[in-house]
Ligand binder design. Structure first.
Ligand SMILES: [Zn+2]
Length: 452
């Protein structure tokens, strides 16, 4: 009954919501280039304030501001926290955009612009769901908190100390994470976890300077040294050879595997788009999906040494570096994997290789059986009138562990994107219909969480 009024409010005001979203998209906020960050953070804070949130502009010595907002229910109630980010990816390649990337142009029922899907559409949709409660009922049925950071797209390097420092502020009973949407068939997608990641750089050093390659019989070649090093990390079956690497890996639960069977995995389209005949090790179907979500990996991201320009240069380089990432699954710990890697290199005779860490996040997951997950799934199916697609975990990574593993509440990721939203790519967009539906969905989640 109450929700009908709220849906009506959303239906009659969505055009104003979109105007605000366009205003937010108009404000560039590219964290990788330090572009428009302060301005965007202030704009987001102002939007929270206008709705009625009390806010804190968290600006530490290091890093971009985190905008915090809080709105209390009239009576003591449960607390729902929303995690979002106002920063966006760079716009390149610019020439592939059909409109100005910061224009928020509307065409054929879609809003285009960098960040409109990831993550500004979700920020506005969530704020407006809250506003709809205030405007129609004069209150919110639960305490609402917003944490909107500005470094998600560069790996949230400064969020950890902030969560530690403000852990009381960030406490909640449950949280909604930043992303999500509907699939090609309009089914709502619900994500319950993320892989962890450990990024490292390996460096081999040779002589004090590059030398003529005629000296190869006498002078050590760090490029070869690094190739041999890398060769000890993984075999051709893709098994990672670091001792104890798989020790803590948790096997997926039966109920998770059951969920996987319902996930539409469009492997043929994926292969076609990438011009691949087959996936690695001919994986397909459920096995491919299982690998994607549950297999920890060791990936060479880049290798640099010597001369790589046009033509040839008979040089013997004096340095070689490789960047690698390890994607980790529940219960692996990045700091433990780092120690095992260093130990592995020493024990294989490569103790001379320098290892630098470039940041990490822990794997994280909220169980499907969690009450909050069940509530969100039920609400999604009611709103979209379709069976929800539940990903027990996902292949990506992010700072979710700071909230789930450290502060201990269940986290579910849902949002208003669609299958063609093109996050991080040119012509990023969301559908107006999807935005309106997504706003109603969030309002319903707030209500159903309150009464669950
Ligand atoms: Zn992103």
């Amino acid at each position: 009954m109450k929700l009908e009024k709220i849906y009506k409010y959303i239906d009659s005001n969505y055009q104003n919501f979109i105007k605000e979203l366009v205003r937010l998209v108009n404000q560039p906020s590219v964290s990788a280039k330090h572009e428009g960050i302060q301005e965007c953070a202030k704009m987001v804070e102002q939007m929270l304030k206008t709705i009625g949130f009390s806010t804190i502009f968290i600006q530490e010595k290091k890093g971009n501001p985190v905008v915090y907002g809080e709105l209390k229910a009239k009576e003591p109630r449960k607390t729902l926290l929303f995690y979002n980010h106002y920063d966006v990816q760079p716009i390149e390649p610019f020439e592939e955009w059909i409109c100005d990337p910061f224009s928020g142009e509307i065409r054929d029922g879609r809003i285009y612009g960098r960040g409109v899907s990831d993550n500004k559409g979700n920020i506005i949709s969530r704020l407006k769901a809250v506003q709809a409660f205030l405007e129609t009922t004069g209150e919110v049925p639960v305490n609402i908190k917003f944490v909107i950071e500005g470094e998600e797209e560069i790996g949230s390097p400064n969020l950890q100390p902030i969560v530690k420092k403000y852990k009381d502020l960030f406490s909640a009973d449950a949280a909604i994470w930043e992303f999500g949407g509907t699939d090609r068939h309009g089914r709502p997608i619900i994500y319950l976890g993320l892989k962890g990641v450990l990024s490292v750089e390996l460096e081999a050093k040779g002589a004090s300077r590059d030398v003529h390659s005629a000296n190869a019989p006498l002078i050590p070649n760090p490029a070869w040294r690094l190739v041999w090093t890398l060769n000890t990390l993984k075999n051709e079956k893709d098994e990672i050879l670091i001792e104890g690497f798989y020790d803590d890996v948790e096997t997926p639960l039966t109920e998770e595997i059951k969920c996987l069977k319902d996930i539409p995995f469009e492997e043929e389209e994926e292969k076609k788009e990438l011009a691949l005949k087959e996936f690695l090790h001919k994986a397909s179907g459920l096995d491919a999906l299982k690998a994607l979500l549950y297999k920890p990996t060791c990936t060479i991201n880049g290798f640099m040494s010597g001369y790589t320009g046009t033509g040839s240069k008979t040089v013997l380089p004096n340095k070689a570096t490789a960047k690698l990432d390890f994607r980790l699954v529940p219960r692996q710990r990045p700091e433990k994997i780092f120690r095992k890697l260093v130990k592995h290199l020493k024990s294989r005779g490569f103790g001379d290789i320098h290892v630098f860490e470039h940041g990490s996040t822990e794997p994280v997951k909220t169980p499907i059986t969690d009450k909050f997950v069940q509530t969100v799934v039920k609400t999604a199916e009611k709103i979209y009138n379709k069976k929800a697609v539940v990903y027990p975990t996902s292949a990506g990574s992010g700072p979710m562990h700071l909230f789930r593993n450290w502060l201990g509440y269940p986290i579910v990721s849902v949002g208003c994107a669609h299958a063609e939203s093109r996050g991080h790519a040119p012509n990023e967009n969301i559908m107006i219909d999807g935005f309106v539906q997504g706003t109603k969905f969030i309002a319903a989640v707030i209500q159903d969480f309150a009464s669950s």
